[in-house]
Design a protein around this ligand. Structure first.
Ligand SMILES: [Zn+2]
Length: 43
């Protein structure tokens, strides 16, 4: 059995759907864009 903590660590990182950069863990799970792309949309 693989420990759950290891299982989740091996999951592919989420990437921004707009620019393709890696999303950090602190982002809310429902977000699909990086902070930079979201800030650009605010303009
Ligand atoms: Zn982005």
């Amino acid at each position: 059995m693989i420990p759950v903590s290891v299982f989740y660590r091996n999951l592919p990182l989420k990437t921004c759907v707009n620019c393709g950069c890696t999303l950090e863990e602190q982002h809310e799970s429902y977000l699909h864009e990086c902070e930079r792309c979201m800030n650009e949309k605010e303009e």
